[in-house]
Design a protein around this ligand. Structure first.
Ligand SMILES: [Zn+2]
Ligand SMILES: [Zn+2]
Length: 217
């Protein structure tokens, strides 16, 4: 797979463009701002977006959605349990003194377990609640290379997502990471919602909150 991730928007949300190398159909995950930079990347990758996927409904993962959706015509998706957050983008942004337009109404409401095809590749939607009720991770496998996990704000290098926002749950995020994400192959490359990339193997071993060395429980 072809893939480019870039930190966008006011708090450096990692937006990823993942491209099928054969057909050049592509998914855009978390267009969190700087729509112009995301759109400029598409011709460089030869990408033809067929979907815009959100890992969750926080404003910093949505700020570029409207512009990217209008420019590409790609359908927008988000998990059902984060629809209220998504539709509340204007209100969320206002608390950070940002004035934005409403995001487009999603054309696909996710429940978890969906397969999102793009070209000859497929992305699997994993429902991983905890940071928000409708947090998802996007898992993509391709023959002969390490799988890719776009983890949103669920799992970070050496960290886990905050659970002190409304709708957050520490118990749920620990369950999501241990029983869903840590079942993925060691070599899976993890692109978190913010900050550096890591792998499932490294986090399962060394993550101080949920790794093997974290206090038992
Ligand atoms: Zn978030
Ligand atoms: Zn975030």
């Amino acid at each position: 797979m072809l893939r480019k991730s870039l930190a966008v928007g006011p708090v450096g949300c990692n937006c990823s463009v993942v491209v099928c190398p054969v057909t050049h159909e592509a998914l855009i995950v978390d267009p969190g701002g700087d729509a112009g930079r995301i759109l400029a990347l598409l011709p460089k990758l030869g990408a033809r977006p067929v979907g815009i996927v959100h890992t969750h409904g926080h404003f910093d993962h949505i700020l570029g959605t409207r512009e990217v959706a209008m420019a590409t015509g790609a359908p927008v998706s988000i998990h059902a349990d984060d629809l209220d957050l998504y539709r509340g983008l204007v209100r969320q942004a206002r608390t950070f003194d940002l004035v934005v337009d409403e995001p487009p109404e999603p054309s696909q409401i996710l429940a978890g377990g969906e397969i999102l095809p793009f070209g000859q590749l497929q992305a699997r939607v994993l429902h991983t609640p905890g940071h928000t009720p409708g947090s998802i991770c996007v898992f993509i496998e391709a023959t002969g290379e390490a799988p890719l996990l776009l983890a949103g704000d669920t799992l970070f290098e050496g960290g886990i997502g905050r659970t002190d926002f409304s709708g957050g749950s520490l118990e749920q995020i620990l369950h999501s990471i241990r029983d869903t994400l840590f079942k993925l192959p060691d070599e899976t490359v993890v692109v978190p919602g913010h900050g550096p990339e890591t792998t499932i193997g490294e986090e399962r071993e060394g993550n101080p909150y949920v790794g093997r060395r974290a206090s038992a429980g």
